[in-house]
Write a protein that binds this ligand. Structure first.
Ligand SMILES: Nc1ncnc2c1ncn2[C@@H]1O[C@H](COP(=O)(O)OP(=O)(O)OP(=O)(O)O)[C@@H](O)[C@H]1O
Ligand SMILES: [Mg+2]
Length: 367
C-alpha cells in the first residue's frame, strides 16, 4: 500500500492544504513553527482516525473553526482507496473508506501501516513499561492481523478476575470461585505471551543489524521480558494462586502479562536507564526500522515511516546511515527538518515539500 496524497482542511495551522507524497523519500522542510509536524500528524490522523501527538483531539481543529477534515489517497494491489476522517469536537468522528462509513480505521484492511518517530516518542524507550507493551501489541496486530484479538481477550478475562476480587473483598463471593477464572486467565495469558514472544523474535536479529548500521556501537540486544515464569496453564495457575493473598489485599491482579516489558540492552545494561540521549534515540530508530523489516518480509507491507525532526540530534555519519537504510528497505518515508542540508539524500528519487506558515509549497525543480 502506497500513500499518494493527503489533503487537510482546518487541521492545526492549515486552513486548506494538499500534498503529493513521493514513492520513496518525501522531505518536508520549513522554519520552526511552520507546520511540518502538523503535516505528519494530519497524515496520521487521516490514516488512523487518531492523533500521534495528543490524546486531546480538540487541539487538532484549527483555531476558530468548528471541525476538521483529512482525506488520504492510497494505492494498494487492489487499486486506489480513499480514506477520510471528519472530526467536530463533541460529535462522533466520521470515518470513511471508499465512501463507506467505518467504526475504527485501525480495523480496516486497506489502511496503510504507519511507523512514527516523534521526538517525544523517546518515552517508548525511557518511559513506563505500559507504553512498550502497547507498542508491542500493536506490532503483533500489524504482523498478524488475526491475532489482534488475543490482547483484548486477555484484557477482558483480567477485568473479570478483578471484578471477582472486588466481590470477594466485599464478602459476596468465596475465594474458591477464583480458581476457575484463573484457568481462563492463564489460557489467554499463554496465548498473549506466545504472540509477544514470537513478535520480538522477528525483530531480535534486525534490531542488532539496524543498530550496527545506524552506528549504535557495542553489544546490543532486544528481548521480551515476561512477568510470568511458567509457560503452561498449570504453572500459571500456580503462580496466580501463590499471589492470591496479595491480590485480595490490593484489590486487583498484580501478576500476569499485563506487567510484561520489552528491554533493549547495550553491553549488558538497559539502555532505558544507562543509555545516552543519542543512544536511546538510535535504539528507538533501530526498533522501528527492525519492525519495518519484519513487516516487509512477512507481510510485504513496509510501514510508511513518519520521521519528525529525527536528524537534528544525529551526527553527519548517522544521518547518512539513516537515509541509506530508508532507501535500501524500500517503501515510503517522510522526514521533516528545518534545513534541507540536514537530510543527505542527494539528487535521487526525492519528493520535496516546503512549508511556510501553514502553507505547502512544492519547490521549483522538485519532482
Ligand atoms: N489548532 C490549531 N490551530 C491553529 N494553529 C495551530 C493549532 N495547533 C497548533 N497550531 C500552530 O501550528 C504551529 C506549529 O506547527 P508545527 O508543530 O507543525 O511546526 P513545525 O514546523 O513542526 O516546527 P518545529 O520546527 O519547531 O518543530 C504553531 O505556530 C502553532 O501555533
Ligand atoms: Mg515540529
Amino acid at each position: 500500500m502506497r500513500l499518494v496524497s493527503v489533503s487537510l482542511r482546518d487541521f492545526r495551522g492549515y486552513e486548506s492544504a494538499a500534498a503529493e507524497l513521493g514513492d520513496g523519500l518525501t522531505i518536508i522542510t520549513g522554519p520552526n513553527g511552520a507546520g511540518k509536524t502538523n503535516l505528519l500528524e494530519g497524515l496520521y490522523f487521516g490514516c488512523t482516525g487518531r492523533s500521534c501527538r495528543t490524546t486531546n483531539e480538540r487541539e487538532v481543529v484549527r483555531f476558530g473553526q468548528s471541525a476538521t477534515r483529512v482525506v488520504v489517497h492510497a494505492i494498494g494491489e487492489d487499486g486506489e482507496h480513499e480514506l477520510s476522517v471528519g472530526f467536530q469536537p463533541g460529535q462522533p468522528k466520521r470515518m470513511r473508506v471508499d465512501g463507506a462509513a467505518v467504526e475504527r480505521m485501525l480495523d480496516v484492511a486497506q489502511r496503510p501501516l504507519l511507523s512514527v518517530f516523534l521526538p517525544d516518542r523517546l518515552e517508548l524507550v525511557k518511559g513506563a513499561p505500559s507504553l512498550r507493551r502497547a507498542h508491542l501489541d500493536q506490532f503483533v496486530a500489524a504482523l498478524w492481523p488475526a491475532r489482534a484479538g488475543t490482547r483484548r481477550a486477555y484484557a477482558q478475562a483480567l477485568a473479570q478476575r478483578n471484578a471477582l476480587i472486588a466481590r470477594i473483598r466485599a464478602g459476596s463471593a468465596g475465594v474458591d470461585s477464583l480458581r476457575s477464572w484463573d484457568v481462563q486467565l492463564a489460557r489467554h495469558a499463554i496465548a498473549l505471551m506466545a504472540d509477544r514472544s514470537a513478535a520480538v523474535a522477528t525483530i531480535a536479529e534486525p534490531f542488532v543489524r539496524c543498530c550496527a548500521e545506524l552506528g549504535l556501537d557495542g553489544d546490543v540486544a532486544i528481548a521480551y521480558r515476561p512477568r510470568c515464569r511458567g509457560d503452561d496453564i498449570e504453572q500459571l495457575c500456580a503462580e496466580l494462586a501463590e499471589r492470591t493473598p496479595g491480590d485480595l489485599e490490593r484489590g486487583f491482579t498484580g501478576h500476569g502479562p499485563h506487567r510484561d516489558d520489552v528491554v533493549a540492552v547495550r553491553n549488558g545494561r538497559e539502555l532505558r536507564a544507562y543509555g545516552s540521549q543519542g543512544q536511546q534515540r538510535l535504539s528507538l530508530l533501530a526498533l522501528l526500522l527492525a519492525e519495518r523489516r519484519a513487516l516487509s518480509e512477512r507481510r510485504n507491507a513496509p510501514p510508511v515511516m513518519l520521521l519528525d525532526d529525527v536528524m537534528s540530534e544525529l551526527d553527519a555519519r548517522r544521518r547518512r546511515a539513516l537515509v541509506d537504510i530508508l532507501r535500501a528497505s524500500g517503501g515510503q518515508s517522510l522526514i521533516t527538518a528545518t534545513e534541507l542540508e540536514q537530510i543527505p539524500a542527494g539528487e535521487g528519487d526525492v519528493q520535496r515539500i516546503e512549508v511556510v506558515s501553514g502553507r505547502l509549497l512544492a519547490p521549483a525543480g522538485a519532482r
